[in-house]
Design a protein around this ligand. Sequence first.
Ligand code: GRF
Length: 217
Amino acid sequence: MSAQKKRTAILISGRGSNMEAILAAARAADYPADIALVLANKPDAKGLETAQNAGIKTAVVDHRPFKGDREAFDAEIHRILADNDIELVVLAGFMRILTAGFVAKWEDRMLNIHPSLLPAFKGLHTQQRALDTGCRVAGCTVHFVRADMDSGPIITQGVVPVLDGDDEDSLTARILKVEHQIYPRAVALVAAGKVSVEGMRVQINDDALDGSIALIN
Ligand code: GRF
């Protein structure tokens, strides 16, 4: 099994709690992804320390010296991914917008998690916007990355209730808990080759599942 594990890089910018959830899942002998690298664009990203403590190789590509040259920044990231024989890229709180060229190189091999039920609430402050618009459910989405932000084919979603007493912090915490459940699962399905994409629709080919891996809490 281990020879076939997909060499996977996780890209972070901060705390790295989703990264941690994936690292924990990846400790299982039969997990189909080998987390070979954690890369951050911020030298002080807290998740870097967590990864190092877990014995995972880390790299930093600080975006600041690139002074807005996104092509050069992405080329440097791509070089490091290639040097490490990376086959699958997992964005986990990576707060830089990637160029169309980079995204095309990783088409259907790069995942992201977003804390809303896409296509609602792309961008930032998703939980507050869900509250402000009176949503009764909220959640998170794992999707393949496309050049347009938060717009790629959806692999899975997790749904939580919005409760009357909720504020941004309580709703964010409820969603984050579900993020930690669905992201390791989605990464595993993609790494195992059980996911195919047709246009915007994703097909999950796993006998143990009924065709959907949405999680409703
Ligand atoms: C998560 O809410 C994720 O959905 C969003 O950024 C946050 C990252 O948190 N893309 P963490 O760094 O994984 O703790």
